[in-house]
Design a protein around this ligand. Structure first.
Ligand SMILES: NC(=O)C1=CN([C@@H]2O[C@H](COP(=O)(O)OP(=O)(O)OC[C@H]3O[C@@H](n4cnc5c(N)ncnc54)[C@H](OP(=O)(O)O)[C@@H]3O)[C@@H](O)[C@H]2O)C=CC1
Ligand SMILES: C[C@H]1O[C@H](OP(=O)(O)OP(=O)(O)OC[C@H]2O[C@@H](n3cnc4c(=O)[nH]c(N)nc43)[C@H](O)[C@@H]2O)[C@@H](O)[C@@H](O)C1=O
Length: 325
């Protein structure tokens, strides 16, 4: 991307979008297009089309989505499928109509089957049943991948779908019910420490394993992928199955390649916060997928690797959380 290229970061105030903007600004990009949800509702295809017609972005990071943790996904399934399908439909179609050069669509590791072999490779897409707590969201993301693939096949576009593992970072959503596990636990342990509560309750059995990537690393991977030389980028766009007979969607996993149990994560957060009480598990709450570790061979072969380990990342996020208290 040229330093003056018109780059649209959809969802620029979110966890990932804000990190992408920080990354682009630090690298000297000068022409970043941003709209809040209130300024441009991306489920509205006419408004989205008008925005693309007026501003003609050359590159698009599609980081706007309806996002939440396990209970949010399970409580608002209709919103998760509807909003995500609508956002990606209007953005991907407008990108094609107005000549966007490259688009990076962000999906999620939950697109893979609940019991996929571990670590999960890109080729495991659509090989088994999905985890029910986030199936509506996962199906919307799978449709987004297929849409990128279809536009590439029919119109020769250059749309790549990046599948992040579970993310965390500064400016995350700390809602007590709707957030993901890291912000939820940071808040729970912090509040328990402040009010001398003897116990913190962690949802589920503590046995599920999750892989966590720091949002600034995620953003760096996104910018790296968007900037790949044409031959390397083209290779990630897979192939047209109707011609090659091979199932190769334009898909790439983004993760760190290692995971921890939720119990071990809770211990780490407890240590980060400096809480000295006990941890108990509420098994009436869902565990979700038992494990979803990404195979990141494709990403590391493309030349990118994460930098921030979980302990360091948690320390940074807790520091950021304390600033807002
Ligand atoms: N967080 C995670 O652990 C993971 C996230 N992902 C994916 O990464 C991407 C970014 O997620 P994340 O940054 O965490 O999400 P956030 O919830 O932090 O941010 C989402 C952003 O989308 C915007 N948005 C939501 N709905 C609309 C809409 N209808 N019109 C316009 N803007 C809208 C919000 O705008 P505003 O701020 O103005 O309200 C917000 O900026 C998503 O595609 C998500 O599915 C994938 C795996 C894990
Ligand atoms: C990124 C990914 O995020 C969602 O999937 P998930 O990985 O299950 O996400 P989660 O962060 O909410 O939970 C991870 C694990 O942690 C446990 N857990 C313990 N205590 C708390 C707790 O207090 N809050 C939360 N949220 N979870 C807790 C929880 O029971 C689960 O076992 C998808 O719906 C989908 O949105 C998606 O793509």
């Amino acid at each position: 991307m040229d330093k003056h290229a018109r780059i649209y970061v959809a969802g620029h105030r979110g966890l990932v979008g804000s990190a992408i903007v920080r990354n682009l600004e630090a690298k000297g990009y000068t022409n970043i297009l941003k709209r809040t949800h209130a300024e441009l509702d991306l489920t509205d295809d006419k408004a989205t089309d008008a925005f693309f017609a007026e501003h003609k972005p050359e590159y698009v990071f599609l980081a706007a989505a309806k996002v939440g943790g396990i209970v949010a996904n399970n409580t608002y399934p209709a919103e998760f499928i509807r909003d995500n399908l609508a956002i990606q439909n209007s953005v991907i179609h407008s990108a094609w109509k107005h000549g966007v050069k490259r688009l990076l669509f962000l999906g999620s590791s939950c697109i893979y089957p609940k019991l996929a072999p571990q670590p999960m490779k890109e080729e495991h897409l659509l090989t088994g049943s999905l985890e029910p707590t986030n199936r509506p969201y996962a199906l919307a993301k799978i449709a987004g991948i297929e849409m990128c693939w279809s536009y590439n096949r029919q119109y020769g576009t250059q749309y790549l779908a990046a599948m992040p593992t579970n993310l965390y970072g500064p400016g995350d959503n700390y809602h007590p019910q709707n957030s993901h596990v890291i912000p939820a636990l940071l808040r729970k342990f912090h509040e328990a420490k402040q009010s001398n509560q003897p116990t913190v309750t962690v949802w589920g059995s503590g046995t599920p394993r999750r892989e966590f990537l720091y949002s600034d690393d995620m953003a760096d991977a996104c910018v790296y992928l968007m900037n790949l030389p044409q031959d390397q980028y083209q290779a990630l766009l897979g192939s047209d199955e109707s011609k090659t007979g091979r199932f190769e969607p334009p898909l790439i996993n983004v993760g760190v390649g290692e995971d921890v149990t939720i119990k071990a994560l809770a211990e780490l957060v407890k240590q980060t916060v400096g809480y000295e009480g006990n941890i108990e598990f509420d098994t009436t709450k869902p565990d979700g997928t038992p494990r979803k570790l990404m195979d990141v061979t494709r990403l590391t072969s493309a030349g990118w690797k994460s930098q921030t380990n979980l302990q360091e990342g948690l320390f940074q996020v807790y520091k950021d959380f304390l600033v807002d208290q």
